[in-house]
Design a protein around this ligand. Structure first.
Ligand code: PLP
Length: 495
């Protein structure tokens, strides 16, 4: 090529790689300083975001930037754009739903997870992921006093854990041949039925929908006056279904129900399941943490007879979202349900090494065990138990305040760290509609304060307020503030 032409060609561009590690170190230092300040004073934010629907979308450009932007500019926009849209689950005044926490060790584990970027499709794509998951789920199983032959794995949510457990339940009887032949258009396949309490979480229905079992085939069993599944009603439902030609498949027992943290009588349910050859799945998404305490073991006694169990570490075990632990005593059935190895994933070690994708719907998995490992080591089992116990004590204290106040009532037993209660002024006695409106207005007023966030539920026809203590930073002072706001709101003329 002539010299003149060579000179006129643009220089070969540098390959567009990542930002320099020095840049990372500089910005990470700024960001971690920002996070430390956030964790020191989350109370400077209103706990419940005040954004209105669509507001953030409208403040953001409609298209991604064509040209690069500096990390300084991006980080500056966190305060300006993102924080107003954050509802602060890390705020000690977060008392809604099931409160939870991103603890410091958990945040560090999550940071490292992103940096290491493990994609756990096979043992060899991340031996550390596979073996730390095996180890941490084993540690937690032992800390809970569960049988030491249970196999554990981590999913993103309890919804997915329950879905996988019920998929395995369906595979327990290979003669159904659902994996191979599906369920549609099969005259030989009876309707499969799943039983759970009227207070079980909607994830059971979603699992049935996703598995093609159908929402109609989730049989909701009536509960007693402590919101626990009635075993006699369960027995009768199974009997009636068999008589009608249906095929009872599984029971989901809830150990810590979403509304009240009620605990189904799992020991009795387990006896029935054994007799009827039904898979027993225990949903202890929240309540499982109680197994760290002797009183929790007594409350959940019988859980050791379950075929599978889900506990969310991202609920009451101070691990950032998401980290749901699923155990089963039937790993071979779980593997039979999900194992599928295309040629490109065959390896020489596949018969001796654990590939968790063989046991789950998803192929690639995040390195979630890392943050659980950080949390379990940094707090220790004793430290985790002490925090759970403290939350239970706070709930008992809050319930005492409510009980001692005229015109208020606690409406469900306080089994764990949730209190269900309501304002019952004499002028509204017996009028459930008016009581619901009254308590709804109290809730809105209290939540508008910005210093606490509570949620509600319905128990029968009663509209009920809930205080859920599960955030690691919640102290008695935050509950006292919630109680002051509640009483003020109830006394307010507009309420
Ligand atoms: N099970 C129970 C008892 C729950 O309370 C919840 C949610 O709060 C779930 C399951 C679903 O949890 P996830 O959001 O992890 O799917």
């Amino acid at each position: 090529m002539p010299e003149s032409q060579r000179a006129s060609r643009p220089p070969h561009p540098a390959p567009p790689g990542d930002l320099a590690p020095e840049e990372f170190a500089r910005h990470a230092a700024a960001l971690t300083a920002w996070i430390a300040e956030y964790l020191r004073t989350p109370e400077r934010y209103p706990v419940l975001s005040r954004l209105s629907p669509g507001e953030l979308c409208r403040s953001l450009p409609p298209h991604a930037p064509e040209a690069e932007e500096s990390l300084e500019a991006i980080l500056a926009d966190i305060d300006r754009l993102i924080m107003p849209g954050v509802t602060h689950w890390n705020h000690p005044g977060f008392l809604a739903y099931f409160a939870n926490t991103a603890s410091v060790p958990g945040i560090l584990g999550e940071l490292l997870t992103a940096a290491l970027n493990q994609v756990g499709i096979l043992w060899r794509t991340s031996p550390a992921l596979a073996e730390l998951e095996e180890t941490t789920t084993g540690w937690l199983r032992d800390a809970f006093g569960l049988p030491d032959d249970w196999f554990g794995m981590i999913t993103d949510t309890a919804s997915v854990s329950t879905l996988q457990a019920l998929a395995a339940a369906r595979e327990m009887d290979p003669s159904l041949e659902v994996r191979l032949r599906g369920m549609a258009g099969r005259a030989d396949l009876p309707r499969l039925r799943i039983y759970c309490s009227e207070h079980a979480h909607s994830s059971v229905d979603k699992a049935a929908i996703t598995l093609g079992i159908g929402a109609e085939n989730v049989v909701r069993i009536a509960a007693d006056d402590r919101y626990r599944m009635r075993v006699a009603a369960l027995e009768e439902a199974v009997r009636a279904d068999r008589a009608a030609g249906y095929r009872p498949l599984a029971v989901v027992a809830t150990l810590g129900s979403t509304s009240t943290t009620s605990v189904d009588p799992i020991a009795e349910i387990a006896t029935l399941c054994r007799r009827e050859s039904l898979w027993l799945h225990a949903d202890a998404a929240y309540g499982g943490a109680m197994l760290l305490l002797p009183e929790g073991r007594a409350l959940l006694a019988g859980v050791e007879h379950a075929d599978s169990l889900v506990v969310n570490a991202h609920k009451w075990l101070f691990t950032p979202m998401d980290c749901s632990v699923l155990w089963t005593r039937h790993p071979r059935v779980l593997k039979r349900t999900f194992a599928l190895t295309p040629a490109y994933l065959e390896t020489e070690e596949q018969d001796v090494a654990l590939s968790l994708s063989d046991y789950s719907f998803q192929l690639g998995r995040r390195f979630r065990a890392l943050k659980l490992w950080f949390v379990m080591r940094a707090f220790g089992v004793r430290g985790l138990a002490a925090r759970v116990q403290h939350h239970c004590a706070l709930a008992t204290r809050f319930a005492d305040w409510v009980r001692e106040e005229a015109g208020w009532e606690v409406v469900a037993p306080v089994e764990m760290s949730v209190v269900c209660f309501r304002s019952v002024p004499a002028r509204l006695a017996g009028d459930e509609g008016a009581l619901a409106a009254h308590n709804g207005r109290i809730l809105d007023r209290v939540n508008a304060s910005g210093s606490v966030f509570l949620s509600h539920t319905k128990l029968g026809d009663r509209y009920v307020l809930r205080v859920a203590i599960g955030n690691i930073r919640t102290q008695e002072s935050h509950l006292a503030e919630a109680w002051r706001l509640l009483r003020d709101a109830a006394a307010h003329p507009g309420v």
